[in-house]
Design a protein around this ligand. Sequence first.
Ligand code: SF4
Ligand code: SF4
Length: 134
Amino acid sequence: MINKLVITSKNEEFLRRIVELSGETITVCEQCGTCSGGCPLVLEMDVTPAEMMRMVQLGQEEVAETRTIWLCASCFSCTVKCPRGLDPSKVAEALRQLSLRKAIDHIDIMNIPADEMDKLPQIALVSAFRKLTG
Ligand code: SF4
Ligand code: SF4
């Protein structure tokens, strides 16, 4: 039996919010998968960039719990190749904002070992704090 997909008003509201935050017309994604094919981090992700876009189209809020949105490095490989002119990195950023706006950080300086801290380039730390803290 084929289960019928039901889109609720909550799903629609979630999609509307991410469209607003990202500035991307997510509904035009045609699921071609080009973004996933060219993503340098896809093997580390739990959902591919194309799957992330589909989950947002369907208003599936659990997309905000994926590792993918935190792993996206905003390298724009996907953006330059998308046939629909979409930027999945902006969608990932919008999804991160949902968490960061609640002041839920994804990095804790106290948990970085001192020897690691000595080795890390300062610019990497600054960039991580910009991306991963609210
Ligand atoms: S490349 Fe663009 S149209 Fe294709 S799946 Fe990715 S976001 Fe959608
Ligand atoms: S911007 Fe993000 S999703 Fe797009 S190719 Fe780069 S790491 Fe992958």
